[in-house]
Design a binder for this molecule. Structure first.
Ligand code: SAH
Length: 352
């Protein structure tokens, strides 16, 4: 049997053509597209003829996620969502308010197979990739739930975007469409643990997104332990790919550096990091320091805030632009991946 059409994965033009193929006028496609971008279920698309809606429901797939759980921070209004997919898989998405606008953090895989030692998302491996429509659906549903304009997206939820490359690139095209959610590529960050060949590929796509690289260590011996991907693509090869990304796109590369007590947070580490970046990256770069969010299943701990400040000040002194990431939603604190993990473990006793 042919696969059902994936409605939310279509561009405006594709939706219009599709409506025509279903025997409707093109403007019905336009109406349908408008509703989908607003995260509206088919039964509520009130200006579409009932017969057309029925046909859509039976003959197509509409991969709009369902909100299974929602935590709202009383401190800063951050909202964390557990989103259910049609097949029962679930992921997390977060809505964050910043002075410059609202940003949504999306997941791109159910689980992750990258194996970073400090991360909750990877603890049970990867169940499957999300489709581009499922990634887009997270943004659409959050837009509807909050009723607010979303100005930016970060691909920093569960999963590795470059390990789900085609769906990620398709999503970037869909979410930035003028007629749709219209989120400018310049307001989108793609975060990666360092799949070097895919960084080169992304640099060729002509998409002006910010590349955010999870570095977390400046010595291969440490990074090999924290992030197994480093055994395949060591730091020097990763930094060369970052330089190439900047040369091709003109976009400043940003590095994530999660501070983990006793692992990568000494002043010697800061010195080595600064020296390494200065040597390899010719062009603007920025280091985002993050205090580890401790994960129950691992033994890692976060250093104190003072140490983070010293680390940051040292980088700055050596000419490397750095900031400590402000922590949003500290009262709804579960690390990314933990909401899903709890859900998976409770729903599937075999995991226990
Ligand atoms: N796979 C992508 C996106 C994942 S998560 C990547 O690796 O970049 C986004 C960021 O959160 C990454 O920098 C990741 O390393 C970091 N992260 C994961 N677990 C963390 C934790 N427990 N505390 C702090 N940061 C964490």
């Amino acid at each position: 049997m042919a696969e059902k059409a994936d409605l939310l994965g279509m561009t405006l033009d594709e939706t219009k053509t599709f409506a025509k193929e279903m025997g409707e006028a093109a403007f019905r496609g336009q109406q349908l597209y408008g509703w989908m971008q607003k995260g509206v279920p088919i039964e509520e698309m009130t200006n579409l003829p009932a017969a057309f809606r029925k046909k859509l429901q039976t003959e197509c797939t509409y991969r709009l996620p369902r909100i299974l759980q929602k935590q709202v921070s009383q401190i800063d209004g951050t909202i964390k969502y557990l989103m259910g997919m049609l097949d029962g898989e679930c992921v997390e998405s977060v809505f964050m308010r910043y002075a410059h606008g609202n940003t949504v953090c999306v997941s791109c895989q159910a689980g992750c197979r990258m194996g970073c030692a400090f991360c909750a998302s990877t603890l049970r491996g990867r169940s499957r990739d999300l489709t581009a429509s499922e990634i887009l659906g997270q943004v659409a549903v959050i837009g509807r739930d909050t009723g607010e304009r979303i100005g930016g997206v970060v691909m920093m939820g569960i999963g590795e975007p470059l390990d789900n490359y085609d769906n990620t690139v398709r999503f970037l095209h869909l979410v930035s469409q003028k007629e749709g959610l219209n989120i400018g590529l310049r307001h989108i960050s793609v975060s990666t643990c360092g799949l070097v060949p895919k960084i080169y590929q992304l640099a060729q796509e002509g998409l002006a997104v910010t590349l955010s690289v999870s570095l977390h260590a400046c010595h291969d011996s440490v990074r090999d332990r924290l992030m197994p991907i480093n055994r395949t693509y060591p730091i020097e090869s990763l930094l060369e790919a970052c330089q190439q990304y900047f040369d091709k796109t003109g976009r400043r590369v940003s590095f994530e550096y999660t501070l983990i007590s006793g692992e990568n947070d000494s002043i010697e580490d800061a010195a080595a990091l600064a020296a390494r970046l200065r040597r390899t990256i010719h062009g603007p770069c920025h280091v985002n320091l993050i205090l580890l969010n401790p994960v129950r299943e691992t033994a890692f701990a976060a250093p104190g805030r003072e140490r983070a400040k010293e680390f940051c000040a040292y980088l700055e002194k050596r000419g490397i632009s750095a900031t400590i990431r402000r922590k949003l939603g500290s009262d709804i604190d579960a690390s990314c991946g933990q909401l899903r993990l709890n859900h998976v473990e409770n729903a599937n006793p075999k995991y226990k």
